[in-house]
Design a protein around this ligand. Structure first.
Ligand code: SF4
Length: 373
């Protein structure tokens, strides 16, 4: 199958698993060990061009130039927040679709160490249709390939390579600390490509990121939560809950009508039992919607017995849907209730509000601009 496609189109290296790249080497008449060298150049050295792979023989580099390409994204727009701690990039894909990714810097006030987190998209648009999400209002266009997911991360790693003053010893950790699949799209609805991308993030031949460095956020696709528990991948699961009753959650996150809370919490418990990893619950607080003390009490009851931590987020305003973030004061009260009941709870203020860093907002504006006469 791979060889057939070679005849008509160049192979995109970022779309290949380790085994597929080894097969490609065989097809080119090269030893399979060349695959390891290429992976090292791409994932450790962040090479963007075959010419940078100077350790490969000139003939292999020539073959690669003739039969392959590395990446597939083109930067269309970049916005940097006023505090320079958040950058959002809009990428153009080969078929003229667009996706967004966000880079966030966090400095630990105690240790002074910097965390660099890249939030990547897994789909163009999204079919889940969460009411408070700009991507959800765009509808679903298509899944991203494994390479299109990974290229978003490599784009920022190449940036770090240019920026860092630290000595680089072929270790990605010098440039990137965390990857979150929390951008446009529902990752578990693009199951195979997302699993392959995470496998490459985990692989010692790829980026070598551990489970505490990769987070996958889902709106709650119950069958896929059960399935991915058995894949042997290393990542943290985050479930976007946003409500503790079926009535409210079905309004905010329509997939709840298909997979109601009882099924979702049961699948989460099953995931925790099988992977021996706790999960994160994401809860965006919206003013007058899901931020009352009654909502907090309901949440405590729902999560009773679930090994989890909660991330409370002050949601981004979506003018078309009349959603406004809860006030900080309300959020603190909500957090205190959860902590008092013994649930580890962090409150996160959303980043980059001045650069449309909410999921899908930059693309929404881009689409509106493109449709103007
Ligand atoms: S919040 Fe996530 S799952 Fe919901 S519509 Fe937006 S992208 Fe899709």
């Amino acid at each position: 199958m791979l060889m057939m496609s070679l005849v008509i189109a160049p192979v995109r290296i970022l779309d290949l698993t380790v085994v597929q790249l080894q097969e490609f080497m065989k097809f080119l008449g090269e030893p399979t060990s060349s695959a390891d060298q290429i992976l090292k150049y791409i994932y450790r050295e962040c090479a963007a061009d075959f010419e940078e792979m100077t350790g490969l023989s000139p003939s292999l580099r020539q073959k690669l130039k003739e039969h392959a390409s590395i990446g597939c994204l083109e930067q269309l727009e970049e916005k940097v927040s006023s505090d320079a701690q958040t950058r959002k990039v809009l990428f153009g894909l080969a078929d003229n679709n667009t996706v967004e990714s966000t880079l966030m810097y966090f400095r630990n006030p105690r240790t002074g160490r910097e965390r660099r987190t890249v939030c990547v998209s897994s789909q163009v648009g999204c079919s889940v249709g969460c009411r408070f999400c700009a991507t959800g209002q765009q509808g679903f266009v298509r899944n991203l390939s494994m390479g299109e997911i990974i290229h978003q991360i490599l784009f920022f790693m190449r940036r770090f390579r240019g920026e860092t003053t630290e000595p680089v010893k072929g270790k990605n950790q010098a440039w990137l600390t965390n990857v979150v699949l929390m951008g446009m799209g529902e990752p578990l609805a693009n199951y195979d490509n997302v699993c392959q991308a995470i496998a490459m993030l985990n692989s010692p031949k790829g980026m070598g990121l551990g489970s505490h460095q990769v987070t996958l956020s889902t709106a709650g696709l119950v069958p896929q939560i059960r399935q991915i528990a058995g894949e042997g991948l290393h990542f943290q699961l985050a479930v976007s809950l946003h409500a503790a009753s079926d009535k409210l959650r079905s309004r905010l996150v329509p997939i709840n009508r298909k997979y109601p809370l009882e099924q979702l919490i049961f699948a989460c418990k099953d995931y925790i039992n099988r992977t021996r990893r706790n999960i994160f619950i994401e809860y965006a607080l919206f003013d007058g919607v899901n931020d009352s003390t009654k909502d907090a009490d309901e949440l405590v009851r729902l999560l009773d017995g679930l090994k989890c931590s909660i991330n409370l987020i002050l949601g981004n305003p979506i003018p078309s849907q009349d959603f406004q973030p809860a006030s900080l004061e309300t959020a603190f009260t909500f957090q205190k209730k959860l902590i008092a009941s013994g649930i580890r709870t962090m409150l996160r203020v959303s980043r980059g509000a001045d650069i449309e860093a909410g999921c899908g907002q930059l693309r929404s504006r881009w689409l509106a601009k493109q449709s103007q006469p």
